[in-house]
Ligand binder design. Structure first.
Ligand SMILES: [Zn+2]
Length: 73
C-alpha cells in the first residue's frame, strides 16, 4: 500500500512524543504535590473555566494563576 511506511514512521514519532509528554506531566505532578505538601495554606482545586490551569486554593480564596480568575469561598 502506498504511504504505509511513511504512516507507521509518523505513528512511531507520535508515540515517542506522547511518552515524553506523559513523563513531563508525571514529573510536574510530583513536583506540584511536593510544593503543596510543604505549604500548609495552599491546595489545588479543580480545573479553571479557562481550561488552562487548575485552581489554587489559598486563604479562603480560589484563583487561577493563568487567567487571574478569583473568587472567595
Ligand atoms: Zn483560568
Amino acid at each position: 500500500m502506498r504511504g504505509r511506511h511513511l504512516h507507521s514512521r509518523r505513528l512511531r514519532e507520535l508515540e515517542e512524543r506522547l511518552d515524553d509528554a506523559e513523563r513531563d506531566i508525571d514529573r510536574l505532578e510530583n513536583t506540584l504535590r511536593g510544593i503543596v505538601q510543604e505549604t500548609n495554606d495552599i491546595s489545588v482545586g479543580g480545573l479553571c473555566k479557562c481550561g488552562e490551569s487548575l485552581l489554587i486554593v489559598r486563604q479562603r480564596t480560589v484563583y487561577c494563576p493563568h487567567c487571574k480568575y478569583r473568587r472567595a469561598i
